[in-house]
Design a protein around this ligand. Structure first.
Ligand SMILES: [Zn+2]
Length: 141
């Protein structure tokens, strides 16, 4: 769907919400609204022509369904904000290095015979908080 058309639709939804004093739509409500518009656009009149109740093209209707499917995934919690962190080396001993997730503080002891860079490469996510371990690191060994 062209950007200006999407902008007009967003503007109209926001205007409708203001006029009806509704809180912002939840992702699920927005998905249902887009799906309703797509369904209505597919309605056919008795003569087999498109009804024209909602004048959007077949491709645009499909785009609405795609947008709605993403909104449904957002509503289901499939997409979450990505947290960036890194494994910070906090102490070294003869036996092991102690690294800590800079987001949640999870500490893990890494045996000294395992190179820290290799260990970090094998552990791209914090197993406690799920942070993506690509954040800035200031302690490259
Ligand atoms: Zn963490």
């Amino acid at each position: 769907m062209p950007k200006d058309q999407t902008a007009v639709m967003c503007h109209n939804i926001a205007k409708y919400n203001r006029e009806h004093q509704q809180p912002d739509l939840t992702p699920l409500e927005a998905a249902e609204m887009l799906e309703d518009i797509a369904v209505v656009s597919d309605l056919k009149a008795v003569d087999g022509k498109r009804s024209g109740v909602v004048k959007i093209g077949r491709v645009d209707a499909e785009d609405l369904r795609i947008a709605a499917s993403y909104l449904r995934k957002i509503a289901a919690g499939e997409y979450k904000p990505v947290v960036h962190a890194h494994w910070k080396l906090v102490s070294e001993s003869t036996q092991c290095d102690l690294v800590k997730c800079t987001h949640c503080g999870r500490s893990i002891a890494v045996a000294r015979n395992v190179p820290l860079d290799e260990w970090r490469a094998a552990k791209p996510y914090c197993d406690q908080c799920g942070a993506l371990m690509n954040g800035k690191s200031d302690d490259h060994a």
